[in-house]
Design a binder for this molecule. Sequence first.
Ligand code: ATP
Ligand code: MG
Length: 790
Amino acid sequence: RRAAIQMDFGNLNPEQQKAALATEGPLLLLAGAGSGKTTVLIHRIANLIKYGRGADSDEVPAWVTGEDLAFLEDYVANPAPEKKERQEKLCRLEPAAPWSILAITFTNKAAGELKDRLERMLGPEANDVWASTFHSACVRILRRDIDRLGFERSFTIYDTADSERVVKDIVKAFNLDEKTFSARTVLGYLSRAKDAMLSGTDYLEQCEKGGDFRLIKMAKIYVEYERRLKEANALDFDDIILDTVRLLREYEEVRTYYQRKFRYVLIDEYQDTNNLQYLLASTLAGGYENICVVGDDDQSIYRFRGATIENILSFEQQYKGARVIRLEQNYRSTKNILEASNAVIKNNEGRKGKELWTEHDQGEKLQCYTASNEHEEAQYVAAQILAGYSAHRAWKDHAVLYRMNAQSNQLEQAFKRNGIPYRIIGGIRFFDRAEVKDMVAYLSAVNNPGDDLRLARIINNPPRGIGTTTIERAQHIAHTQGLSLWEVVSRPRQWEELSKAAPKLGQFAEMMDELRKLSQEMPLPDFYEELVQRTGYAAMLEQKNTVEDRTRLENVHEVLSSIQSYLDNAVEEPSLAGFLDEIALYTDLDSHDPNEDCVVMMTMHSAKGLEFPVVFVVGVEEGIFPGIRAIGEPEEMEEERRLCYVAMTRAKEKLYMTCASQRMLFGRTNSNRPSRFLGEIPPELVEKSGRLPYGERGEGERPARRTAPVRRTFDHGYSMGTASAAPAAAAGQRAPAGDFKVGDTVQHKAFGGGLITKLTPMGGDALVEIAFDKVGTKKLMLKSAAQYMK
Ligand code: ATP
Ligand code: MG
């Protein structure tokens, strides 16, 4: 029987098979990146559902007798597809019900992928497996029973921005210094207190004993924070775990229910669990103790959030008789990528030490590119991706990883200018936020009365008693009579079917007319503030005054920053229309299809567990990566290095690492040296390019002295198709806009042939719309695009 089952898992290596088939009892799978840990976890679940208990034993169900045994023997020698059904039936000892399996992953994306893969292996019944993050599993548990803890089941979840908002309000109300008690710092303390299972009052008591004035204040904030969240019937991310643990500990009934239900508990990325998550996992698995944890100590990257590697290291002590299985073969990356990653992580002292090997080819060398500034870096990445795309890679084969979300901005702009579709994982783009879209819609409707789409978005937002039916009727009239929506709603009395709504529509039209008048008379920033007030949008948010609404209000005001930066850089006489043009490229109304083929962008932290054929690790500079806080702090430096290991090992075939010698971030320009991590990669594995290649294994050394000041050239001058993309000498000297006009047919290196349908001058550049034969219509910035077009 065992042999017949193993055939099903024949694509796993012997150690992987062992881990997938040993169903009962605690198991620790400890292994490096890309060694198939997650793969094993998935096969383990498949095995549980298909065959159940004891797949690794020779035990055979009692009812399998002579003839069936002979069949199984024959099957092992000669496994034909038509025998499959009988084989599976005979091998089943005690299959696990899908709902009795709890699989915890680190991100929702990973949970989704796990379910997809299971469904492909097993069919729809796989959907009943509880596959989710700790947080989603807890929310599910809480929605059922949280009333026992005095919350309503309909509780709201506060995200980090919401929590920060609450803390800021409290700090203000308490008259405390906003720097000493920054929201981030305070939340850090609260998080640690919660991880130690301390409530507000527990923590206050503890701090009062210690007598530290600042900590006492911190604890008082915690008490108030707790009160406010309770009042709002809200839970933050930490509460979700903490309250679940409380619920399970304090209510035996609830605990027993889940302990009986979850016969098998599996946890991926176990190196990143904190104390609470550890308590949660061991409580949930407390019934059967069939707990399988999977992890890699070299990839522990959440210690700053209280994750503790101790959870992995003490697993064997916690569960006597736990099996430990290690894997050493990497199936993901080329030899070069693997050797480079191994060389970097070797510099960490606090590690158990293990080395991975691969049967894969040497592969291409790593590409390390030094740009002179962040624009050039972004343009380099864009150029390489376009080259990859024209060499028949999909967009989604490319991933761009950065240390901080704020770094995405430049890259986004370069991708927009070049028509590269992209998606940001784990963050909403500023201009994609609903309230920001609303404000842009108002501005557009003021600027252009004929903008029906935008007008429809805002006509009853905030609510003005103009119902959907009225809007639909007006749209219908507009459509059938060839009028714009504005022409209809501003003269409602002309149409019988609008007569009832006429007063409300009239008021709205009057307001819009007034706004149009003001927009002619006032400076743009003043006008914007007037608009926010007069439309009633601010009042709506102020009145609702929930934490989310205050965040929205902040975003509404943040649009002013964009206006200001437009005014600072405007080439022509600034105007509302000019501003809308400027942001047009970033505020496309068409919603974005998440399944579309896209380049993916995310922080290195969110990339954990994922893999891509081509990976760009950007901003590999001292002060960015490793971050400024890690410099001079050995423990934090080791965490940054593990993060580097995680980032590098995401790549299957090609790995790019880029840095810029000058970078503007958060409004400041800094000169940064190339990261020490680059210096830790053996030079023979690397091909360097760019303006100021970093020194030979000279980690942390100053780059070669510059002979000329760095030119802040922007997005010109790269040639396609060359990996090193040396900047052309002609940078900035060409005025490509002059060479193209509407009606021209063009040949773009990545997108093929197309026709220019629209050209809108914008500052020193132009927005060009090209209808491509193969990829449809794209909006590109001419200066960027011109270098790829004939
Ligand atoms: P990470 O530490 O980054 O989370 P991991 O150990 O979970 O990595 P997986 O993601 O499971 O590794 O596997 C890495 C890649 O190797 C995947 O593409 C997977 O399909 C492949 N792989 C795993 N095991 C095998 C095998 N026995 N034969 C062939 N390919 C394999
Ligand atoms: Mg994994």
